[in-house]
Design a protein around this ligand. Structure first.
Ligand code: TXA
Ligand code: MG
Length: 321
């Protein structure tokens, strides 16, 4: 059986487990992560095993401070400026990897770049105490919705892991925004918990869009999938559907819905991001075959919310990663 321990009591046990090469589910400000020592190949292999994740998909290495980050990756003035302004926080930077940093090659899937992030709260404290970076993908089975509560982690992965550290619901609710530092500028690889425009403001440059080269699993067409089918941008709800609402204007026929959840009654995108994954799971549990989703605006965090909705709605006939 999996133990769920409050963060205030879990630090020592989590440290002992990580030292022993085990994986531990931990809260971050974005979503729960399934963490293992990034320098220990056995621990990293256990992460892939517990998630059922294809090995070629690289993981994010989480650090406690800039000194640890600079030992792992090569920063240029622009990436250092972004890190100093926006870390700790929901931003992941893809940077050239230092091959002598001791990061196990499974973490970066053999690439010469590494995704780095400095998380807020319990995760940051844990990494500081451990003194080594933690590899941590989102704590969900591959292809499923990311977990934003300790209970959601336990429901999904409980039979495959021993410890979930409970830090309460994650405040941001969406995975980090991933930006790759390239010769020609900054490329947005995955919209996420910090809006692209905030990064552009700090960097004083526009983000390039449209991924080249490696496709992140979060970029596979079908990802973040609930059991129910998803129908997006609805203005009319059909009988028997569940409704994921946004704002105060309801789609017609909403009274037909077997269950209704409103991402944000007052139309606040940060609140909607926080609620997105747990409300998708709640509506999935209603047993409805289809979740109808009202339109969500694309500005600010709306880009990441729509990105996750589009992937959750994608056809499931091809195998999930
Ligand atoms: O908020 C988050 O980012 C959460 C928390 C736990 O930190 N983590 C997370 O990890 O979402 P994960 O593994 O579910 O997504 C990481 C993404 C993947 O899409 C992966 O392909 C991409 O980062 N990635 C990792 N290393 C990369 C690299 N070197 N180049 C391009 N993409 C990379
Ligand atoms: Mg994930």
């Amino acid at each position: 059986m999996v133990d769920i321990l409050p963060a205030a009591e879990a630090l020592e046990l989590a440290l002992a487990q990580l030292e022993a090469g085990e994986v531990v589910a931990i809260p971050t400000e974005t979503v729960y992560g399934l963490a293992g020592d990034a320098t220990n190949g056995r621990a990293v292999a256990r992460i892939f095993e517990a998630k059922g994740r294809p090995r070629f998909n690289p993981l994010i290495a989480h650090v406690a401070d800039m000194a640890m980050a600079e030992r792992i990756a090569v920063f240029d003035p622009l990436s250092r400026k972004l890190a100093e302004a926006l870390w700790p926080g929901p931003l992941t930077l893809v940077l050239p990897l230092r091959l002598d940093a001791g990061i196990h090659p499974l973490v970066s899937a053999g690439l010469d770049t590494i995704a780095l992030r400095m998380p807020q709260g319990f995760g940051g404290e844990l990494i500081g105490q451990l003194g080594r970076p933690l590899a941590a993908p989102s704590a969900n089975s591959s292809g499923k919705i990311s977990a934003t509560t300790a209970q959601a982690v336990a429901n999904d992965l409980g039979s495959r892991i021993k410890l979930v550290v409970d830090g309460g619901p994650t405040p941001v609710g969406l995975e980090s925004t991933i930006v790759k530092i390239e010769e020609g500028g900054l490329r947005l690889l995955r919209p996420g918990g910090i809006a692209a425009v905030e990064i552009e403001t700090v960097a004083n440059t526009r983000l390039l869009r449209g991924a080249t080269g490696i496709q992140a699993p979060g970029m596979l067409a079908s990802h973040y999938a609930p059991g129910a089918a998803m129908r997006l941008d609805v203005d009319k709800v059909a009988k028997g559907e569940a409704l994921l609402a946004f704002g105060s204007r309801r789609a017609t026929g909403w009274q037909n819905a077997v269950a209704v959840k409103n991402l944000s009654e007052r139309g606040d995108l940060a609140e909607a991001a926080t609620n997105l994954f747990s409300f998708m799971q709640d509506l999935d549990r209603s047993g409805a075959a289809v979740i109808a989703v009202e339109p969500v605006p694309w500005d600010g965090l709306g880009e990441a919310i729509n990105d996750r909705l589009v992937r959750a709605a994608a056809p499931r006939d091809k195998p999930l990663a």
